[in-house]
Design a protein around this ligand. Structure first.
Ligand SMILES: Nc1ncnc2c1ncn2[C@@H]1O[C@H](COP(=O)(O)OP(=O)(O)O)[C@@H](O)[C@H]1O
Ligand SMILES: [Mg+2]
Length: 426
């Protein structure tokens, strides 16, 4: 139509307009004025406020042309109800000059625009397009705000849950998973303790905090290996996991003489039932807020709880020994981690009970599993057994042994690896 700019894109979405007016001539007139606009479509006409509300709910128009004075329900009340239910709707109030005192109320009711009678077709069309555009813009801005908020929330969440999890895992029992987990944790604690004396005391608050979690919920070994008196365990807090706060969690952590904090396994196997997968996930998330490094000694069953822990891990250390069954199950485990879509850098293979006299060398294992052996720990029954019998981890009881030195070296590697932000896994 002359004087109006028709939209260039033929497939443009039409602005859907509802007309609410009790006077039939006005309804027809408004319809006529909009009829030739290719981007505007009148989807309905209502004869009073109540019908306007009903039709609005039904048709969900983009724009409503609303009269003020109508029987049954006036335009202000109708606008209020519509905006409440359909906040995206743009309402243009059509009023006579004499009704100008209503405009403030109409505005408060959520009307976007006013057209004072009489108005030209051009004014009407421009208003409709403008409020429609305004609505779109608001929509976009709102979406942007929501995106921004959720992004901020996610960042905050990540910023708080800064702790990195290292899980020690062996698909086969008896490879030394618990022995290594406890000794590596103690060695890491020693690294942190030693760095304390080098630096300013003021900085001591920023020391790396380490916790060792015994996830062998049925047959946990950590308490025995570290000779810790079990006063509280995960079984005390697992049933309360929904109301768990940091203070309560802290209160069940048992501390080893070295300063290492531990979350111990229940004292009796049947109590493992108290520890649900949801509880473990919640507790682990809380620990990530409280500690920098969380070392988890796991038990060799791939159940939901363990998968949850492994999913959250920065690193899974797979412990194998130079024995065919252990190597076979290690290979199987790497197939599983592939199926779980874990990136290769999320897993490391280490060889425990390595023995120079053994016919199976680490090179053979690497060839068989097609993974590098990241660290080797010598077999040393004397050192290990003596330490266990004394209830003192070997890295403390016999710190100069080859095994202790190997353990220390790997603990340092792990410590540096998990705390390096540029190596963050996505
Ligand atoms: N490097 C090692 N040299 C000698 N014996 C070891 C070594 N590591 C672990 N052991 C022994 O192997 C056995 C199993 O160890 P454990 O840590 O309980 O294994 P897992 O947790 O994988 O079942 C224990 O008797 C432990 O003393
Ligand atoms: Mg174990």
């Amino acid at each position: 139509m002359a004087g109006h700019i028709a939209p260039k894109e033929p497939e443009i979405e039409k602005i859907r307009v509802l007309i609410v007016d009790d006077v039939i001539e006005t309804r027809e007139n408004l319809k006529k004025l909009l009829f030739f606009e290719s981007d505007i479509e009148v989807v309905g006409t209502a004869m009073d406020g109540q019908e306007g509300v009903d039709m609005a709910y039904d048709l969900k128009p983009d724009v409503i042309l609303m009269d003020l004075n109508m029987p049954n329900m006036d335009g202000i009340q109708a606008s209020e109800l519509i905006i409440h239910e359909l906040p995206e709707t743009q309402i243009i109030i059509i009023s006579a000059q004499s009704e100008s005192h209503y405009l403030r109320r109409a505005m408060l009711a959520g009307a976007r625009q006013f057209l004072i009678k009489p108005f030209s077709s051009n004014e009407l069309v421009t208003s409709v397009r403008r409020v429609y555009q305004l609505g779109k813009e608001q929509e976009k801005r709102k979406q942007k705000q929501i995106d921004q908020l959720s992004k901020e929330a996610a960042e905050k969440e990540e910023g708080e849950a800064k702790g990195q999890i290292i899980a020690m895992f062996s698909p086969k029992g008896g490879t030394g998973c618990s022995t290594l987990a406890t000794n590596l944790a103690i060695a890491m604690q020693q690294i942190v303790n030693e760095s304390k004396t080098d630096e300013e005391e003021e900085e001591s608050e920023e020391k790396t905090k380490i916790v060792l979690v015994d996830a062998g919920f049925q047959f946990g070994d950590v308490a025995a290996l570290l000779n810790i008196r079990v006063k509280a365990t995960i079984a005390d807090i697992a049933p309360l996991y929904e109301e768990l706060d940091e203070e309560l969690l802290e209160s069940v952590l048992m501390e080893h003489d070295s300063g290492l904090k531990t979350l111990l396994a229940p004292p009796r196997p049947e109590m493992a039932e108290l520890v649900s997968p949801e509880a473990v996930s919640t507790i682990i998330k809380k620990l990530r807020r409280m500690f920098d490094i969380i070392i988890v000694d796991t038990y060799s069953t791939l159940q939901e709880t363990l998968i949850n822990i492994l999913d959250e891990c920065k690193l899974i250390v797979l412990v194998t020994t130079p024995e065919i069954p252990a190597i076979k199950s290690a290979r199987l485990f790497f197939e599983i981690t592939q199926a779980l879509n874990y990136p290769p850098e999320k897993t490391q293979l280490v060889l425990n009970k390595s023995d120079r006299r053994s016919s199976i060398r680490s090179a053979d294992i690497e060839a068989s599993i097609k993974r590098r052996v990241e660290a080797q720990f010598s077999i040393d029954e004397l050192v290990v057994t003596t330490a266990i019998n004394q209830g003192v981890p070997y890295v403390i009881a016999d710190s100069s042994s080859v095994l202790s030195r190997e353990t220390h070296a790997y603990a340092k590697k792990l410590h540096d690896y998990v705390l390096q932000p540029e190596l963050e896994l996505t």
